[in-house]
Design a binder for this molecule. Structure first.
Ligand SMILES: [Fe+2]
Ligand SMILES: [Fe+2]
Length: 198
């Protein structure tokens, strides 16, 4: 980071030399870095602007539209943020974009919302895999999972329906407060101590 000179740093040059004092310095820096996550998510979402990938709207509009449809249907805040972020992996994970979004969201959302985001690509396939010589019923491998119906409904009501250039999607700013609340602090992480649970 450009402003790193002003911040305290650990003294060790190899972790074998690390002390609790060093790791206190690093833990405080990590907490500060965590607070910047919502800004990084917002910036990365905007990388989706301009690339339509052959669809009628670009990937950014598709995300806004998916989230707007979920919001207007009365879904809760965490769900709406999942809808907004579900395709954030398109830039770095073109062959497994849902996995990328799932990994990013996992610490901050419920297990069923994590499943919904991480598996949405397979469920979305129901609407087009048969046009590409693939099995549209690939999602059936998850039949019986507690979040199966939730994920099928997400794709049916919101994701597969969010390619309309004429739809009046809400702007990104409208979702910012929701996104900041959902990404405020991880609920699940191996870095959380059981005696310091929120
Ligand atoms: Fe997707
Ligand atoms: Fe999508």
């Amino acid at each position: 980071m450009a402003d790193g000179e002003d911040h305290p740093r650990a003294k060790f040059h190899a972790m074998t030399e690390g002390t609790a004092e060093d790791w206190g310095v690093i833990a405080r820096a990590a907490a500060e870095f965590q607070r910047g996550l919502p800004d990084r998510i917002l910036q990365h979402l905007q990388l989706l602007r301009g690339d339509c990938g052959g669809f009628a709207v670009d990937r950014f509009e598709h995300c806004l539209q998916t989230a707007t449809r979920a919001y207007r249907a009365g879904e809760d805040e965490e769900y709406v943020v999942c809808a907004l972020v579900h395709d954030i992996g398109d830039t770095l994970g073109p062959a497994n974009h849902a996995d990328v979004a799932g990994v990013i969201m996992q610490p901050y959302v419920s297990e069923e919302n994590h499943f919904m985001v991480a598996r949405h690509a397979v469920f979305q396939g129901y609407y087009y895999f048969h046009h590409l010589g693939l099995d549209r019923d690939m999602r059936e491998q998850f039949r019986g999972h507690p979040a199966f119906e939730r994920t099928a409904r997400f794709c049916h009501q919101y994701d597969q329906a969010a390619f309309d250039p004429g739809y009046d999607s809400m702007p990104l700013e409208a979702f910012e407060p929701m996104l900041r609340r959902v990404f405020a602090a991880p609920k699940r992480s191996m870095y959380l101590r059981s005696d310091k649970a929120a």
